[in-house]
Design a protein around this ligand. Structure first.
Ligand code: Z16
Length: 829
């Protein structure tokens, strides 16, 4: 009967030519229909936000069409799929990205003009999907775009947080956090799948049973929560493929605990079970400190368990023998956050599918690979044994068993080297006995990826030295990349046209290697004119934004110097501010003729501090305090302006990056695993002022060190410099600017005292004092280069031309070939 219905539907569909049409009239009709029937406003009376909603729903229909085709095609071909597990995805806005990837931007722009609307204005109505903290989460989003574009059979899995990353508001120069109610206005980009849901169990006890003469462990869970799927189609560019990002939301379960309803306390039973929803309520806003919180562990297991049930169900649709599992499934764990999935796979295979341990372990080891983003051992997650034992008792047992076997194996290689054994153990015996999630991942995964060459080196020689000596072949470098679709095509349309015009093709949007072709024209005066116009228009947009937000008027002739990223001691925003103070101090001591030689600057800083991170919050306040003084000093005028951009997020980045001349990446060498912001600036022709850390090292190789401003201590110099620390004084200039802050030159003397203490004698772990003089030299070099606009423009063109390696397309190709063993699966048009 189903076959019959299907045939009838197909026939009817073809008769009516039922595919969605993309000509301007059809799009207009679609938009108006959505105004009337989806948004439920009159076609003749709706505002910009309602127009955005209708527009978004019309785009969504087109996404769904391709997404269905893609999944039918995947199902038919049944290729090996990659499942990308990540606790965070920072997608930002979807509208413009979607219409560009679908290839119907012009048609929509035209349709809207006909209706009296402007596409760009409506696009501004969209709020960001901010289900992540920073680099790691935006990387996941860029990689999803590449996976779709390159036609890989991929799924993303994560959590659908009710509240994304907090909104930052600034009151009197201090950061305050406000909840991000992103779902309150509806989310047209997701599809709620009420029928795709799985129970996820927590707590309870373990019982032993004898089944068919075999001793078995049975987990009797104490709580069950329902995971409901929300699907987010991810369209590829220049392909019909649209893949799925499936995010889980927690809902009360109707399966468990029915007794409480019969005891008569109906209201309380409902209220209690409603608490289940808290699991997916809120994203943890600390981007690299782990507090061993129960809710966080529950979030991790919740999304991992639901995802694996989904993956196994899909596998079982077509297969019955788990020997084939590794031919059909590759699981990628993004940092250690989803690594409980290793224990979960073992539990399912051993306890539920009745495989014997070594067979199950063999399967687990051939499906998992992990990417580590942290640099220091302290950045790696540890879960207290008591906590794990209470929330997931069976998983704790399984981890102990994995560890027992690991230790046996290690003894074969290392004998009685107990120090080494205890370092490599998954179980850490300390004041708080805990599980090292990284060690669990290392024991199981066939591949351990670092995110830049220097980072991999750090993993091999320091963080995981013992593991590297045992399994060198597991360690691989997958230098990060970002998607040129979002970071050039969407956010910098004028640059996009220039590139396509000069290369004579748009093919670089799918094949980034072609962008190197720009090198040939790096000295062409016509290209220079177009390039400078592009930059000026983008600076104008940014200047308007700055004025609306902060009331600071900035000159377009000034160098726009930008540092935007999460605020961290190691990222050294403080070095930037102290440099600004130095510049200010110099200007104050100049006569009029000296001043004429100063290159005017607009120093822009933006970023969020984790709510409990005191030092980071003080840096934000200092930035405002300095801005207050400098921006209102008549001696300075346009020579120096300081701006803090509040609530930095993906869509703010899309505006700021194209409008900047210089960007700063100041991490103390050895502390930034990769950095991906720098790649976005590079693509947009902004010059980089950077330490030789993370991906900046590889950027210098690609564009030539002469085309950027590198400075500061090198990775292998840092440890020795730290040793000497106490005897090593920073420069006189450094002492002077810190003293200005200490003495209350910018007010808030007492408040800034502890911040100053972090960089002065005895402290200064991040070597600001040591690097300061070299930092100022690099800044002076940037000034000199800016004066020579021909030279600057040439360096800018060469930056864009040399950015090809830093496309996430390249990264994803490497993962596909070296870690996952998957092939493209292209949906026919
Ligand atoms: C994160 O965003 C990163 C590392 C980490 O341990 C935790 C979080 Cl939330 C960042 C790295 O700091 C950055 O260098 C890197 O580019 C990014 O992850 C993506 O790999």
């Amino acid at each position: 009967e189903f076959g019959d219905r299907k045939a009838k539907a197909e026939k009817m569909f073809r008769l009516m030519d039922g595919f969605l049409k993309n000509d301007s009239i059809s799009l207009q009709k679609d938009i108006l229909d959505h105004v009337e029937f989806t948004v439920a406003r009159s076609r003749f009376n709706f505002d910009d936000f309602e127009a955005y909603q209708a527009l978004a729903h019309s785009v969504r229909d087109r996404l769904i069409e391709r997404w269905h085709d893609t999944h039918l095609h995947f199902k038919k071909k049944d290729p090996k799929r990659i499942y990308f597990l990540s606790l965070e995805f920072l997608m930002g806005r979807s509208l413009t990205n979607s219409v560009i990837n679908l290839g119907i931007q012009d048609q929509y722009a035209d349709a809207l003009t006909q209706l009296g609307f402007d596409f760009e204005v409506l696009a501004e109505q969209e709020g960001d999907a901010a289900l992540g903290n920073g680099g790691l989460a935006r990387l996941a989003a860029c990689q999803m775009d590449s996976l779709a574009t390159l036609d890989y059979p991929a799924w993303g899995y994560g959590l659908r947080y009710q509240y994304g990353l907090f909104r930052q508001i600034i009151v009197d120069g201090f950061q305050h956090e406000q909840p991000d109610f992103w779902l309150n206005f509806g989310n047209p980009w997701e599809i709620e799948r009420v029928h795709v849901s799985y129970p996820v169990k927590f707590y309870g006890t373990i019982e032993e049973e004898v089944l068919n003469g075999k001793k078995c462990k049975i987990w009797i869970p104490g709580e069950s929560v329902e995971a409901v799927a929300y699907d987010n189609p991810i369209p590829g560019y220049g392909t019909r493929n649209a893949i799925n990002l499936r995010l889980w939301a927690a809902k009360p379960s109707d399966q468990y605990d029915m007794e409480s309803y019969t005891t008569g306390d109906y209201i309380n039973a409902i209220v209690n079970r409603q608490k289940a929803e808290t699991i997916s309520n809120v994203l943890y806003p600390d981007d690299r400190s782990y507090q061993g919180k129960e809710l966080r562990l529950k979030q991790q297991y919740f999304f991992v368990s639901a995802s694996l049930q989904d993956i196994i169900r899909r596998f079982k649709d077509l297969h019955s023998n788990f020997d084939e599992f590794p031919d059909k499934v590759a699981l990628q764990i993004n940092d250690t956050h989803p690594s409980i999935s290793i224990a979960e796979v073992m539990r399912v295979l051993v306890d539920e599918e009745n495989l014997d341990w070594s067979k199950a372990w063999g399967i687990a080891c051939s499906i998992f690979s992990v990417t580590i983003h942290a640099v220091q051992p302290e950045g790696l997650e540890k879960i207290p044994v008591d906590l794990l034992g209470s929330v997931l008792p069976r998983h704790l047992e399984i981890i102990y068993e994995i560890n027992h076997r690991l230790m046996e194996e290690l003894k074969k290689s290392f004998g009685q080297d107990y120090d080494r054994l205890s370092r490599m153990s998954i179980v850490e015996e300390g004041a708080v006995k805990s599980i090292r999630m990284a060690n669990l991942s290392l024991a199981c995964c066939h591949t351990v990826n670092g995110v830049s060459r220097v980072h991999l080196e750090t993993l091999k020689t320091r963080v995981f030295k013992d593991f590297y000596e045992l399994w060198p072949q597991k360690f691989q470098c997958k230098t990060n990349g970002v998607t040129q679709r979002r970071w050039i095509v969407v956010s910098n349309p004028s640059l996009c046209s220039i590139i396509s015009k000069w290369l004579g093709t748009e093919a670089w949007i799918r094949n980034i290697d072609l962008i190197a072709g720009l090198r040939e024209y790096a000295k062409d005066p016509d290209l220079h004119t177009e390039w400078k116009n592009m930059k000026r228009v983008n600076k104008m947009r940014l200047a308007e934004y700055i004025e609306t937000l902060t009331s600071v008027k900035v000159s377009l002739d000034a160098m726009f110097d930008v540092q935007i990223k999460r605020i961290h001691a190691y990222k050294r925003q403080l070095l930037n501010i102290l440099g600004i103070i130095h510049r200010y101090d110099c200007i104050k001591n100049m006569d009029e003729s000296d001043k004429r030689r100063v290159v005017p600057r607009v120093c822009i800083i933006g970023g969020k501090a984790a709510p409990g991170y005191e030092v980071a919050k003080k840096i934000i306040k200092l930035c405002h305090a300095v801005a207050d003084k400098v921006n209102n000093d008549p001696d300075v005028g346009d020579l120096l302006k300081v701006v803090f951009i509040p609530d930095y997020n993906v869509s703010v980045a899309e505006l700021v990056i194209p409008g900047s001349d210089l960007s700063q990446h100041l991490s103390t060498a050895g502390h930034e695993a990769s950095g991906t912001g720098c790649m976005k600036f590079l693509m947009n022709g902004c010059l980089l002022l950077a330490t030789a850390d993370g991906s900046a090292v590889e950027i210098a190789e690609e564009i030539g060190a002469a085309n950027m401003f590198l400075f500061g201590a090198k990775v292998d110099e840092v440890p020795a410099l730290r040793e000497k620390g106490t005897t090593l004084k920073g420069s006189l200039q450094f002492a002077r600017v810190v003293r200005m802050v200490r003495d209350g030159y910018f007010g808030f003397k007492d408040y800034f005292k502890s911040l100053c203490d972090t960089v002065e004698d005895g402290g200064d772990f991040y070597l600001l004092g040591y690097d300061f003089a070299r930092y100022l030299e690099a800044q002076a070099a940037a000034d000199r280069a800016f004066v020579d606009q021909v030279k600057w423009t040439q360096m800018s063109i060469l930056s864009t031309a040399g950015s090809g390696k830093f496309s996430s397309d390249r990264t994803i190709e490497e993962y596909a070939q070296q870690s996952w063993g998957i092939e493209p699966c292209k949906c026919p048009f």
